[in-house]
Design a protein around this ligand. Structure first.
Ligand SMILES: Cc1cc2nc3c(=O)[nH]c(=O)nc-3n(C[C@H](O)[C@H](O)[C@H](O)COP(=O)(O)OP(=O)(O)OC[C@H]3O[C@@H](n4cnc5c(N)ncnc54)[C@H](O)[C@@H]3O)c2cc1C
Length: 497
């Protein structure tokens, strides 16, 4: 087994991980480990929210919109930090060279998305915001000799003792091990789309950071809140990574039609197509039931070819690839899992309940999103809290650990069909722990998933597939339990009973 020693271990190479690393002093030795090259950050289309100003009234508007989307369950201090520190961090992204789109006057072009009262969303390359940000930041890693990138290793457990973290253990596809010992550890492992049959997330988003935190008894919170994106390109395949038709398309004036070509959002919410995502997702589910259909349509025809091609080059090309011309055709869409709101509980400096352990990005729960995330606030959360973690680590007296002892896991002889277990859990989660939930459905789900959990824990295997399956089951079970505990409907947790 290879052992590495460093000052800071960052688990995950999405925006949350890389931005944190770039803001840590160059005197610190950093190791970033990534499981796969895919990340949610690269896929982000719509943009990054933030008011680049100091006007109290304007900032209060962003705070208020975030609280409205989050149904008031947000941590108000965290929301204020998010909104106030947007300026500093967006300017830092610009300084690092992120090519945000400009308007005809050469000034930053802001767009609008559901739930935002102002045009306050920056985008890059039209709808390639995530890709452009990540390409720019990853380029900077080349000039940072203090940062080492270790690719294709999956973290399977944190190393914690007496509520203190001193690194993590990793395994690769060939089931080879690596241990990274660190003074400070940052979990930035992204989303939970892999817990569901269909999601906008890459399949490797299996909630590994959250699962490892649960195993190490690090506090987690708000797991019942899972956001479904209302307008995802429909394909006739239940289990798949699905392509997003960004909210920004509706922000620019596209609307929704049912199978009879009727607009229907006025029946559900006065904000129409730009109501918060949970509202639009539930309205679509209802409309699908009423019209006995699998999809509704997004109609962007009136926006015209020239505008659509320039403003949404990725979406336009992807639709074309599937045989749809956005200026001529209606695009079939349906809601699928998109964003895990809850996660590892962090304070305003990104610290978890365990000493020397931080979390950032989608796997973390700072409380900014409350019961539902406002569009484009998540990329902002990655940079604002990443910067705060970096500042905290920069002021942190890192103790160099040069020796470790590791408890050996007792390996069972029994191997299971981990792929089948994952598929079954994904199907249960999609059926019972989706947009609309009931106590009966959640309890049924709990019994089955609990059973898988027990069997896996009692029969450990030192295999990447085993750990990934265990993580899917662990986080699914935690979501089910949290959803059962919260009896009322609020934000994106909707209990029909
Ligand atoms: C299609 C799509 C569009 C979106 N559009 C927007 C948008 O317009 N605006 C917005 O604000 N948000 C958007 N989001 C949400 C946003 O992109 C994510 O919330 C954010 O990028 C999360 O960043 P992250 O760094 O936390 O996770 P990710 O970017 O997903 O990165 C996670 C990293 O962790 C690594 N990893 C995972 N598990 C392990 C493990 N066990 N060991 C080692 N490494 C591991 C992965 O390989 C990856 O490198 C979108 C999301 C999707 C999927």
């Amino acid at each position: 087994m290879n052992n590495y020693f460093c000052d800071v271990l960052i688990i995950g190479g999405g925006l949350a991980g890389i931005y944190t690393a770039l803001n840590i002093n160059e005197s610190k030795k950093i190791i970033i480990v990534t499981k796969e090259s895919d990340s949610n950050s690269r896929l982000a289309q719509g943009g990054i929210a933030g008011e680049i100003c100091v006007d109290e009234e304007v900032l209060a508007g962003h705070v208020e919109d975030t609280l409205i989307a989050g149904a008031g369950l947000n941590d108000i201090q965290a929301v204020k930090v998010l909104v106030k520190e947007a300026k500093e961090n967006l300017e830092r992204l610009i300084e690092l060279g992120v090519p945000f789109d400009l308007n005809n006057e050469g000034k930053l072009a802001f767009t609008k998305e559901g739930g935002h009262r102002n045009r306050r969303i920056l985008h890059a390359g039209g709808d390639q915001t995530g890709r452009k940000i990540m390409e720019t930041l990853i380029n900077h890693l080349k000039n940072r000799p203090n940062i080492t990138l270790l690719k294709d290793y999956m973290m399977y457990d944190l190393m914690c003792n007496d509520n203190e973290c001193f690194g993590a253990k990793f395994i690769n596809k060939e089931n080879k091990d690596v241990v990274v010992v660190a003074g400070a550890t940052v979990i930035a492992t992204g989303g939970i789309g892999g817990l569901y049959q269909a999601s906008t997330n890459p399949r490797c988003a299996t909630g590994d950071g959250i699962a490892s935190a649960i195993r190490a008894q690090v506090e987690v919170q708000d797991l019942e809140f899972v956001q479904f994106h209302p307008t995802v390109f429909w394909v006739n395949n239940e289990s798949s990574v699905r392509f997003l038709i960004s909210e920004a398309v509706r922000g620019e004036g596209a609307f929704l039609l049912n199978r009879y070509y009727q607009r229907f959002m006025e029946k559900y919410d006065e904000r129409l197509e730009l109501a918060p995502r949970d509202v639009v997702s539930r309205a679509i589910v209802r409309e699908l039931e009423l019209t006995e259909s699998d999809y509704v349509f997004i109609d962007a025809r009136h926006l015209g070819k020239a505008f659509l091609e320039k403003r949404f080059p990725t979406i336009y090309a992807k639709c074309l690839e599937s045989g749809y011309q956005m200026e001529k055709d209606l695009i079939p869409v349906s809601p699928v899992e998109h964003f895990g709101i809850g996660g590892i509980k962090i304070d305003l400096n990104g610290k978890t309940s365990t000493k020397n352990l931080y979390a950032n990005g989608e796997c973390a729960s700072s409380g900014v999103h409350g019961a539902n995330r406002l569009a484009s606030n998540s990329l902002l959360e990655c940079v604002v809290f990443g910067n705060r973690i970096a500042k905290s680590i920069n002021n942190f007296n890192i103790i160099n650990i040069t020796n470790i002892t590791d408890d050996q896991v007792k390996i069972s002889k029994e191997e299971a069909d981990y792929q089948s277990i994952k598929l079954d859990v994904q199907s249960i989660m999609s059926r019972e722990v989706g947009i609309i939930r009931t106590e009966k459905g959640l309890k049924n789900a709990e019994i089955i998933v609990q059973n898988y959990y027990r069997n896996l824990v009692n029969n450990p295997r030192h295999l990447k597939d085993y750990y990934e399956c265990l993580n899917v089951v662990t986080v699914s079970l935690a979501i089910i339990k949290a959803a059962l505990t919260r009896k009322e409907s609020i934000g994106c947790h909707y209990r029909e009973d």
